[in-house]
Design a protein around this ligand. Sequence first.
Ligand code: ZN
Length: 239
Amino acid sequence: MPNHMINRRALLRTGIVAGGLLAGVTSLGTAVFAGTAQQADDPAPDQRPSTPDQAWAALREGNRRWVDGTTTHPHQDAARRKEVAQKQDPFAVVFSCIDSRVAPELVFDTGLGDLFVVRTAGQTIDPLVTGAAEYGPAELGTPLVVVLGHQRCGAVTAAAESLHEHKRLPGELSQIASSLRSAYKRSGGDVDKMIRINTVDVVNQLKKDKLFAPRIAKGKLKVIGAYYSIDTGEVTRLV
Ligand SMILES: [Zn+2]
């Protein structure tokens, strides 16, 4: 990409953030980007994925490296730190659990400036969390949101036990159990099923989000659900 293209795009991105402008400027930015020599569905190796499918393909490739033990740890050096110091343009939002074994940057073999990451216990959601997930797609045109549940989720297990025994969890932990009540009821007490049901529930909730729905309708955004296996490291798409 010629330098003036990069600068023009960076300028537009900065304008979006500074001015709080949404759709109009974002689509102009995309138009400038699409005007380069690259084909829309065939990004150059180090070009940021710009469509939902490109973004998912990049995450899948990264996860494949993680599973195979062939990670390349991209974008994790001083040069990348400098590159993204003044602006960021992540290609996906990953909304996952707080679990220490499910770090999105690692399991998708990504680096600095690649992902917006939102994490709560059992990837439970409320308006504050939704706002955090909205930021990338609404302000920067991030094309993909991945809701990532995972095997042996301690939060979902604790919530299931609490709901099963009608014993309130201490402090605000009880909010997590409340948020998972519906998934619990439909799981028949099977925790792994409950993890998957909750993940799909969150996807469906986000798809109805006021800022997401119009972007989804235009094909500019996809919200998908996936499941991470702690045993194998593999991410499998659920919906
Ligand atoms: Zn978890």
